[in-house]
Ligand binder design. Structure first.
Ligand code: SF4
Length: 198
């Protein structure tokens, strides 16, 4: 319990990307409790999450909560019982076209990865939800969403479940075949919820 709290303090104090010139201002976001058994790994927090000091504060968070409810979890589960983390912890800012969030660079992800590995090691979650292509590839290697959504991997008694990114920017879910793959993924999650009393 204390170890997670100490790790979160270290993450909050991190300014590595600012010191390396990757970010104008580092402001790391952390959220989660040592008792959480479901972890969500996203790409990076957006400006809304940083402003609210709460990951998944925007529409993506609402959609993800709805997906959890489709798997049988109660309202509020996402922010009250899920450890919310990401490949990098600071807002990378807008992309070059100013239309969406910039993808964190490999260098930024490499600087931040030890924090994520430490969280996984300390928390040992039952289930890890990998949100979107970047988070999926960080754990499974290069894969097409079509091939990986609906599947999962078990590693050291933790289930890693890939999910599409819930933000409205992704058009992948517009295809009904892809919706069926999402249903398959949520069915795995629903089974683990019952089996492990999540
Ligand atoms: S993104 Fe990660 S490594 Fe970079 S400054 Fe923020 S917490 Fe530190």
């Amino acid at each position: 319990m204390l170890e997670i709290a100490a790790l979160q303090r270290r993450i909050r104090a991190c300014r590595l990307c600012q010191e390396h010139g990757y970010l104008a201002r580092a402001y790391p976001l952390v959220s989660g409790r040592a008792t959480d058994r479901v972890m969500v790994i996203g790409q990076a927090p957006g400006h809304r999450s940083i402003t609210n000091d709460r990951p998944f504060s925007g529409p993506g968070g609402r959609i993800l909560q709805k997906w959890l409810e489709r798997a049988g979890f109660p309202p509020g589960y996402l922010h009250e019982h899920t450890y919310l983390t990401s490949l990098t912890r600071c807002d990378p800012g807008k992309n070059l076209h100013g239309e969406g969030d910039r993808r964190p660079s490999p260098a930024e992800m490499a600087l931040c990865r030890p924090f994520l590995d430490a969280e996984l090691h300390l928390l040992r979650p039952q289930v890890v939800l990998l949100l979107g292509t970047m988070a999926i590839e960080a754990f499974f290697g290069k894969m097409r969403l079509d091939d990986v959504i609906g599947t999962y991997q078990e590693r050291e008694e933790t289930f890693f479940l890939p999910l599409p990114h819930p933000s409205g920017v992704s058009r992948w879910l517009n295809d009904s075949a892809h919706q069926r793959l999402l249903e398959q993924a949520l069915a795995h999650l629903a089974a683990w919820r019952v089996m492990y009393e999540l």
